[in-house]
Design a protein around this ligand. Structure first.
Ligand code: FAD
Length: 390
């Protein structure tokens, strides 16, 4: 017979969202277990941008110094036209510390992940690998994560199992929505002969149905590039979409500086881009969702992981506020969690889609966009205060 093992909180999925929640809740004195299906905790080797809304929280967890030591504090966020190379607008990132109380940091995903794993271990989180959760039994005052040979019962089970979340299906019946866009990535050592780069900035080159993002990693020892484009084969409903021939065709009209990035991308693997429609609740009984399982956005605002970190902070803060002698009133915690998080993350998801349309426009729309952006005052924060201010 399979024994049931207990914790206060059982978290399914050990990505940035799951580990962030594990750490935040363990710091509140709760016994937390993370179940991860992979053989070890880790992330694929490319970069991640962290806005001040996330770095402010990482600082409150005591992790920001270690993360910035491994990352880069870029000077500017720059937007360029991918066809003619014109600089359209920029944001001075030195302002983020002054205005939002925390820096803008770019970091290698595996570095951030390693910092979180170590902090979880130090906080006493039980980290379990090689465990694929196949079902969850939902009760009024507990839930049980069921995997081969294990039953893990918690007063709360938290689904942090990503975009294709199994646990989301127990809360809401929907599927990921394909954007028909695909991403190619490449984190390369520096110097990289032939690559045309600005080593101190985060630069996005926006073009018709395509864009390229570039930024430095690890003190400038590495350089991160992401090329994204709309796949004609996806739009035609063909199953084999996003192949390298489509990458080359999508960027054929772009400037020489943009095309110089293409040979430095990994061509053996690509990522099809999905999000989901926002939903009004992420909980059912003592099951709750977080991170991409709850609110996966398209990546255009660079906020998916940042929002998962915000979820973690909110959940742990509420667990502290509704604490009854070390045992939070989870019904109140989850009601407030839903109230405080669903509208904000829905705004992120919707804005990310709109942002994609603005980046990828062509013809007259592109000309109007460029004219408006060139006139933009770089000190105008009205479109980002809501996001970075939190
Ligand atoms: P995931 O990272 O998907 O983790 C889910 C974990 O659950 C995995 O470890 C998986 O193995 C595990 N798992 C799944 N199913 C099970 C199961 N049944 N049992 C046990 N374990 C399971 N965000 C930013 O903030 N800044 C950026 O710059 C940024 N850039 C991006 C660029 C691209 C191209 C893309 C695609 C996304 C980007 N994002 C960015 C978004 C960000 O990567 C995600 O939002 C974030 O990683 C989600 O974390 P998560 O922990 O919720 O999910």
């Amino acid at each position: 017979m399979v024994q049931t093992s207990r914790a206060d909180v059982v978290i399914v999925g050990g990505g940035i969202g799951g580990l962030g929640s594990a750490l935040a809740l363990a710091r509140r004195g709760l016994r937390v277990r993370v179940l991860e299906r992979a053989a070890e905790f880790g992330e694929i080797g490319f970069g991640l941008q962290l806005g001040p809304n996330a770095t402010r929280i990482l600082r409150s967890w005591g992790l920001l110094d270690e993360i910035t030591e491994r990352g880069v504090l870029p000077g500017r966020l720059v937007m360029r036209d991918a066809l003619d190379g014109t600089e359209l607008t920029h944001l001075d990132l030195a302002d983020t510390e002054r205005r939002y109380g925390a820096p803008y940091v770019v970091v290698h995903r595996s570095d951030l992940h390693a910092v979180l794993v170590r902090a979880c271990e130090a906080a006493g989180v039980d980290l379990v690998t090689d465990t694929t959760v196949m079902d969850v039994e939902i009760g009024d005052d507990h839930a049980v994560a069921v995997s081969a040979g294990r039953r893990d019962s918690g007063r709360l089970v938290l689904g942090a199992d990503g975009l294709h979340s199994l646990l989301r299906g127990r809360v809401h019946p929907d599927e990921p929505v394909s954007s028909d866009y695909v991403a190619y990535r490449g984190a390369i050592p520096m110097p990289a002969p032939g690559a045309r780069i600005t080593p101190e900035d985060v630069v996005v080159h926006v073009g018709p149905y395509c864009h390229l993002v570039q930024y430095p990693l690890r003190h400038g020892e590495m350089f991160n590039q992401i090329a994204v484009f709309r796949s004609p084969k996806a739009m035609a409903g063909e199953p084999d979409w996003g192949t390298p021939d489509e990458l080359d065709a999508a960027f054929a009209r772009t400037s020489e500086a943009v095309r110089a990035a293409l040979p430095h991308l990994w061509r053996e693997r690509w990522w099809r881009m999905y999000d989901r429609e926002p939903i009004g609740t992420w909980t059912r009984g003592r099951l709750a969702l977080t991170g991409d399982a709850a609110h996966p956005p398209l990546q255009y605002l660079a906020q998916g992981a940042c929002q998962a970190i915000e979820d973690a902070d909110t959940l742990a803060t509420l667990a502290g506020e509704h604490d009854g002698a070390g045992d939070p009133d989870w019904d109140r915690v989850l009601a407030d969690y839903t109230d405080q998080r669903t509208v904000r993350t829905a705004r992120v998801q919707r804005t990310a889609r709109t942002w994609g349309e603005l980046w990828h426009c062509d013809g007259l729309f592109r000309a109007v966009r460029n004219a408006l952006l060139i006139d933009r005052d770089p000190a105008d924060y009205r479109y980002i205060d809501w996001l970075y201010g939190g």
